[in-house]
Design a protein around this ligand. Structure first.
Ligand SMILES: O=C[C@H](O)[C@H](O)[C@H](O)COP(=O)(O)O
Length: 224
């Protein structure tokens, strides 16, 4: 069974007629977007999608999901998105696909947040996956040194031997932390660091998690 496909399809069932839906990014969200496209075509589902990246936007356009930007809608009813790690207390890390900024903006203005993951993403503590920090290019090497001095083992995100540039023109510094004991403290510290635009800690944000398992998907609702 393709676990990402399974949870993508299950999550699309939360989308009801007339909703405005945040379209997450990544290899799991891909299946959710595909399923919403199918429902529009075959079941005449009537929805508007708010994409969180140029990749999701293009996929939505290609399969006929009507889209609007976050600034063109009054509010978003639901966002369905992937995650890189989810801890046992349902805090998340995102941004492995460099879409964290738009994902966090859309999630912030959304009534209900659903994350879809395969079981490999469930962890005791966040931090094994490198924490993405989106930074303004001006001064980014100073920031890199600052993170190195703090022992955060930074690395610039690369793509085809070039620095990865996000949809909003920023760079990404990944922090190789191994384990994050206090995500709230680290999030606050990064929020207060000049030059940091956003980071991949998505704390106290998710309402529902759908976990793909070989034995059958598990849905955890009413998280907050
Ligand atoms: O920037 C990318 C997003 O945060 C993704 O949702 C996250 O990286 C998970 O992606 P995937 O489903 O491909 O593992």
């Amino acid at each position: 069974m393709n676990l990402k496909e399974d949870v993508g399809i299950k999550a699309a069932n939360y989308v009801k007629d007339g909703m405005t839906v945040g379209l997450g990014t990544g290899s799991t969200a891909y299946y959710m977007i595909k399923e919403i496209g199918r429902k529009i075509k075959e079941e005449k589902l009537n929805v508007v999608g708010v994409p969180t990246s140029t990749v999701s936007k293009q996929q939505a356009i290609d399969i006929g999901i009507p889209i609007k930007s976050i600034d063109e809608v009054k509010k978003v009813d639901l966002i369905i998105d992937g995650a890189d790690e989810i801890s046992t207390d349902y805090q998340g890390m995102k941004g492995g696909g460099a879409a964290l900024l738009f994902e966090k903006i859309v999630a912030t203005y959304t009534d209900q947040v659903i994350w879809i993951v395969d079981e490999s993403k469930m962890v005791d503590k966040l931090g094994e996956f490198p924490l993405p920090v989106e930074v303004i290019p001006y001064g980014q090497h100073q920031l890199f040194h600052l993170f190195a001095q703090k022992g955060y083992h930074p690395s610039f995100r690369m793509e085809n031997d070039q620095m990865k540039i996000t949809d909003s023109g920023h760079s990404i510094i990944d922090l190789n932390l191994t384990q994050i004991d206090n995500p709230e403290k680290l999030a606050k510290e990064l929020d207060e660091t000049v030059g940091v635009v956003e980071h991949g800690l998505f704390l106290n944000m998710v309402n529902t998690v759908i976990i793909g398992k070989q034995s059958g998907a598990q849905t955890i609702s009413n998280i907050r």
